[in-house]
Design a binder for this molecule. Sequence first.
Ligand code: TPP
Length: 686
Amino acid sequence: MPAKIPSLVMNNSEFKIRSTPISAFTKEELLAVYRNMLLVRRLDEKMLILLKQGKGHFHIGCSGHEAIQLAAAMTLKSKTDWAYPYYRDLAFSVGLGLTSRDILSSHLSKVTDPSGGRQMPSHYNSREHKIVSVSSAIGANFLPGLGTAQASQFLEKDEVIYISTGEGGTSQGVFFELLNWATRCRAPVVIVVQDNKYAISVPVAEQTSNNSISKTVRGFENLEIFEVDGTDLMNSHAAMKKAVGRARKGEGPSLVHAHVVRLLPHSSSDDQNKYRDAGDLENDRRHDPIEKLKQRLLSSDMGTEKELDDLKQEVFEQVEADTAWCAKQDDPKAEEALLHVLSENPPEHEYEKGTPSGEPVVMVDAINHAMKEEMERDDNVLVFGQDVAGGKGGVFTATRGLTEKFGERRCYNSPLSEASILGTACGLAVRGLKPVAEIQFGDYIWPGMEMIKNQIDSLRYRSNNHFSCPMVIRVPIGGYIHGGLCHSQNIEATFAHFPGFRVVMPSNASDAKGMLKTAIRGDDPVIFLEHKALYRQGFARRPEPDSNYLVPLDKAAVVRKGSDVTVVTYGAMVQKALLAARKFSEAGTELEVIDIRSMLPLDMDTILASVSRTNRVLVLHEDYEYLGMGAEIAAQIADKVFTALDAPVKRVAAKFSPIPYAAQLEDYVLPNDNDIQTALEELIHY
Ligand SMILES: Cc1ncc(C[n+]2csc(CCOP(=O)(O)OP(=O)(O)O)c2C)c(N)n1
């Protein structure tokens, strides 16, 4: 049974909030808002025309949403408050200060587009106006918005954070995560749900429990809910004013549930006649926010027909002139397409200064000391995750003592949600703090994947270097601990496939300390993989480096010199390679062992130089052989030094199955000493 199409009740008496009286505004203020409404409506029309002319490729409009969006812009402080809008927030963005040239440049993908032609149109972005670059992924703005709000609280700044979505977006789990943590910490956020009753073609009745998100979330303590006619400027303004006021006073988050209409199809790729009937569309048109405001202006003597018509003409001419201006702007340069994947700032550090000579330390303690020293050095370093705070100090004790030393403001527990950890880390970093977030096990990073893949990874790139979110994501990974399917996973090859990150894995305590400190001081998001089996291993123990010892995140280490075979490896496999090297040395074959340390970027120069000398190479890792790091390394070796090879590149890595629990099964799936011995013999005797 298809769900009943909801009736679009837009009777002001249904909305409990008293509208702001028109007398609260000056004529100039109201005409400026009315002009902005006309401007964005004309921009919607013009962009659709440009699209039909083959000059643009995509459009998603705000027609019908103008009143709530401009009310939001009116009540926030442009350039002070922060905005995490969604793609339909054209009027909001213009209300905060984006120009029609910005919008049209984006539509035509010109170099003057705030994203430099990297983003689809309607993905608003402005450092100046603190509009944090929109990701296309629905809901990806929720938790970063919360993170920025937490940063404002931490820094004791008077800032309000706007987070918006359509009603369909509230079905994302992260919406409830946002409410959970925002209400718990009384974050200064205003969440605006622009409910146009459709998510593309899916009506709200098929989408949302109770047919209403504001009814559904009534149980959240500290959450004030305002349900408003989002097509009415005065009604919307009243709600936004209260919501923003609450946030400013530290009273906590508000949800503004704004009932709006969608006067255009979902996007230029959609035909709404396929799923909406004529009556439904006609009903929406009766609630056109521009018409509503026009009638209010006329009936209150805030403008004459002529004045309002003149504004329409003025706006029309402005859009024509701005389109002509945009058409003359340069296209983005192809050779700049690879800029801003990572930071281009030159590293300021001097690396591997001196030789570590402190007391021997195990890897998990070296990691703990790195965080402690960096928290001492920089008050903006925050450590958080599940169970990291207080007496527990993390399930592996990596964060032991940090809450005691730095307080709960700087080392705190997150809710049990990886998306919340990663999403808030992003927002904290946007606001200039340095999050060091712990994911308890690599096996449980997956609920946070959207934050990693469609938010953190590309923020610098898609904002054209206007925003970035340098952070460290510490993740214990790996097997050989009888952890079974969900406490043994190796995840590096997956993440090394994501432009926008550094992915590293130390194999010993001194590297771990030096690399973690570099990661914390750096400008990029770093996925810092820690092999659990190495945490307390004697063989990974090293003399502790001092507090200024930094290890680069893009350089492999030759951990054993040899002339006959190169073994390229990392993580827990380094020790296995060294044991094999000792054994083969006794028989007269010298292995060179390279610990790549960084999977992204990969130091191929060190690998290629070694293979060019030894002419034989084994790539050894614990992650799957299939599409693992070895596949990439082998391909590059074949491509670049093929003629130097005396044997095919050999790989030893995990078999392609989940990691089983029983010792015999785990030993069979993960690389073992026999596998390594056999492969080396084959390589040597090829
Ligand atoms: C995570 C995710 N899933 C699916 C999509 C594809 N998509 C784009 S817009 C949209 C509908 C959103 O509807 P709603 O949240 O109600 O906002 P509206 O467009 O109606 O303003 C969908 C499904 C997406 N962008 N992101």
